[in-house]
Design a protein around this ligand. Sequence first.
Ligand code: NDP
Length: 501
Amino acid sequence: MTQTARGSVEIASARSETFQSIDPRTGEVVGEHPIHDAETVNSRVASTRKAQREWAELGFAGRKQHLDKWRKILAKRLDELAGVICAETGKPLDDARLELVLVLDHLHWAGANAEKVLKRRKVSSGVLMSNQVSTVEYLPFGVVGVIGPWNYPAFTPMGSIAYALAAGNGVVFKPSELTPGVGEWLVRTFAEAVPEYPVFQLITGFGETGAALCESGVDKVAFTGSTATGKRVMASCAQSLTPVLVECGGKDALIVDSDADLAAAADAAVWGAMSNAGQTCIGVERVYVVEAVAERFLEMVAERAKKLRPGAEPGAEFGPITMASQVDLIREHIDDAISGGGRAVVGGRDSVRPPFVEPVVLADVPEDSAAVAEETFGPTIVVQRVRDADEGIARANDSRYGLGGTVFSRARGMELARKLRSGMVAVNSVISFAGVPALPFGGVGDSGFGRIHGADGLREFARTQAVTRTKFKIPLNPMSFARPKSTVGTVVRLIRLMRGR
Ligand code: NDP
């Protein structure tokens, strides 16, 4: 435990109950972490709250300085954290490094833009209140509870953590039980960079620890994970009207129009579907390709997918399935697609070799099969033929999810993008929106609501305060018991004159 002038950053715990984090490639134990109970969770929230007041008073420039110090440590020791990510998720080192490249850029953006987005600004007072000066300001909530998943254990939670801290909040972070070491590393280096403000603290454990965070009295919960857990988090937060940000799963589609650059589309489809072993919330899970180019496109996808090999060795294109139980679900989806009449163009049932799954390309699968309707979260892709791009859009939108999406079209890219019912779209590239810090990230439907990243992501972690200040007294004040009888009549005549025509 590190003692500081203003409180304590409790990283290790005196409690004896612990759990292990495991390298999914080898089964080797790579860390041991405390299982925090509700009492510890509450005490970490309380000490974060204490430190947060001074953090908020620091102002934007002061906080930026501290966030910059932390960012420089992350940049310098990027490979060290990448090693922890690899050990806990099994992903290849370069994928972990790429994840951290995004983290650094987002952390920079949040610190550099918080003042511009959140500072007090004047708005017009309008005709009725023209004697007022009206301002809007975005003030920190207090303490934000961040609950993260394991698939991008640094990038995903940092989309909340960086933006919440830059907005002046304290953060208590509960990483996934599969990636506690990544959470511990982030919190420890923040404490190294900013020892005087222990506003970023850690709790570890299983679902119960996350549930305790929801009930701890935090001022907002930012959850990223599955839709099922998201619903539980919301139900729990409803008891205390704690606001929530819910970033859940997806079933993102890629539309290939007849005029698309097919090689680029095939490349994007395979990378979007198979990188990180398909364990990407905004990964490509379905492709709707226009009939006229479908055969050629499918050949190109197959050619690329066949070359990919999962493994634990440095040259492997992707790693294992991090969460062992997901393997069964991936197998079920492949089985269901094939037994429903779908074609296995690359791989098939035998591609599932735990902890690895080899690339699987399925085609012409019934639309109601699990492989088309549910999140698979594996290195699989379903390619479906459609009459035209509009049918592709209609089928893509016929989903309970609506996270991201991709369109490949030379002539109609932007038009088709607008028709997708999703929070984000990449036109003629894939997943690129996640690398643009100024763009908001989030979904609709079962993919959740609220936004991380960008100006919307900063405002997500602030309470809006509207203020009017009287500039001068007006002769006609209708909001007083002392108003003359004629006042309301005069105001009504005035508004009819101005707004009634
Ligand atoms: P889970 O829903 O299983 O877990 C997410 C987090 O919630 C974990 O930290 C988990 O803890 C915790 N948790 C579990 N039960 C509770 C509870 N009752 N109350 C509070 N917290 C709880 O998701 P995964 O970790 O398996 O992540 C994969 C999912 O995340 C996929 O569906 C993916 O699409 C989605 N995702 C969405 C993203 C987005 O931005 N929209 C980004 C990345 C992933 P523990 O691990 O200890 O059980």
